[in-house]
Design a protein around this ligand. Structure first.
Ligand code: ZN
Length: 288
C-alpha cells in the first residue's frame, strides 16, 4: 500500500502536552506543515476558547476532534446530571472551534460499583441525553472504544462492535440517506492503540462505513508496555500494522485525518516537541 497523503497528518495535543500549551501546539503545527489539530479541553480552557478558535483559524488548521466528552457513569443522579451538563458545554466548545467531532471517552464504573452492565446502561442514557444538543450544534459525537484494560476507570465501551451497537440504537441513520450530512450525528473514533487486537476489526470498520467513521487516531503498542496509560509508542516502534488498518478505514470511505496521539511519560514527552513533530511526519510517511 502507498504512503499516506502527508496533508492528512494531524496532531492530538496529548502528544506534546508535557512541554507545550495549546498556543504553542497550534504554532508548532503551522511551523511543521501539519494541518490538523485535536486539542484537549484543559488546555483549551487555559488558552481561552475564543482565542484558541481565532489562532486555529488564522493558521488554517482543521480541528479534527475535541478531547473529550463522556465520563457519564456516576453513583448519584446528581452526578450523572452534572456529567451531562459538562458534555453540553463540551459540545458548545467543539462548535466554537468548528471541530469535526467531539470525542467521547464514555467512563468506567462509578466509584465502589461492580455492575459493569449498569455502567454501560448509564453510558447509553448519557449519550441519548446529549445527542439532541449535538445535533442542534452540528457537532458529531465520536464514541471512542478503549482497550478493555481501561474498562473499570475510563471506558466501559471496549470494542468497535459495542460502540456501533450504541450508534445503531441511538442514531439509526442509513448510509443511503442522502438528506443528512456525510458524517453522521453519532459515530466512532478508531484509535489503533485500543482496537488493533480485535479479531473483528476489519469487519467492524466496514460496518461503520463513511458515516460512522469520524476520527482515526494513530500511535503504536510497545512490547513490553510499562505503564497502562503513559507508555504509548511512536508509529513504527511497536506491533500495530497501522498502514493496514488505515487501508481498512479508507476502504470503508473514511477521508479524514490521521491523528497522532501519544501519551509517553518516559520518552516522547521528555523530548523537544519540534523533534517529536518531525518524527511524527517521518513515521507517518513510513508506517501509516
Ligand atoms: Zn484516541
Amino acid at each position: 500500500m502507498a504512503s499516506p497523503d502527508s496533508r492528512k497528518l494531524a496532531l492530538n495535543t496529548a502528544t506534546t502536552r508535557a512541554k507545550w500549551g495549546l498556543a504553542q501546539a497550534i504554532e508548532g503545527c503551522a511551523r511543521h506543515g501539519i494541518r490538523g489539530i485535536a486539542p484537549w479541553r484543559d488546555q483549551l480552557h487555559a488558552m481561552g476558547v475564543a482565542k484558541a478558535a481565532r489562532a486555529i483559524r488564522d493558521h488554517g488548521l482543521t480541528v479534527t476532534g475535541l478531547c473529550r466528552g463522556g465520563m457519564f457513569p456516576a453513583t448519584t443522579a446528581r452526578g450523572r446530571r452534572r456529567a451531562i451538563e459538562d458534555n453540553r458545554r463540551a459540545i458548545d466548545e467543539a462548535h466554537a472551534l468548528g471541530a469535526r467531532c467531539l470525542v467521547l471517552v464514555v467512563g468506567g464504573l462509578p466509584r465502589g460499583a461492580r455492575d459493569i452492565g449498569g455502567a454501560r446502561a448509564q453510558v447509553k442514557d448519557g449519550i441519548a441525553a446529549i445527542l439532541p444538543h449535538a445535533r442542534a450544534a452540528g457537532v458529531p459525537l465520536a464514541i471512542e472504544p478503549l482497550h478493555p484494560m481501561y474498562a473499570a476507570d475510563r471506558a466501559c465501551v471496549n470494542t468497535l462492535a459495542q460502540a456501533l451497537e450504541l450508534c445503531d440504537a441511538l442514531a439509526p441513520e442509513r448510509t443511503g440517506d442522502r438528506s443528512t450530512n456525510a458524517r453522521g450525528a453519532l459515530g466512532v473514533a478508531v484509535d489503533v492503540y485500543h482496537v488493533w487486537w480485535d479479531p473483528q476489526l476489519r469487519e467492524q470498520i466496514r460496518r461503520a462505513g463513511k458515516k460512522r467513521l469520524l476520527a482515526f487516531h494513530i500511535c503504536d503498542w510497545l512490547v513490553p508496555t510499562t505503564d497502562l496509560l503513559l507508555d504509548r509508542g511512536m508509529m513504527g516502534d511497536g506491533v500495530i500494522d497501522v498502514r493496514r488498518i488505515r487501508g481498512w478505514v479508507e476502504a470503508a470511505g473514511y477521508r479524514g485525518f490521521h491523528e497522532v496521539e501519544i501519551f509517553s511519560a518516559r520518552n516522547w514527552w521528555r523530548r523537544d516537541p519540534d523533534e517529536v513533530l518531525r518524527t511524527c511526519k517521518r513515521r507517518h510517511r513510513l508506517y501509516c
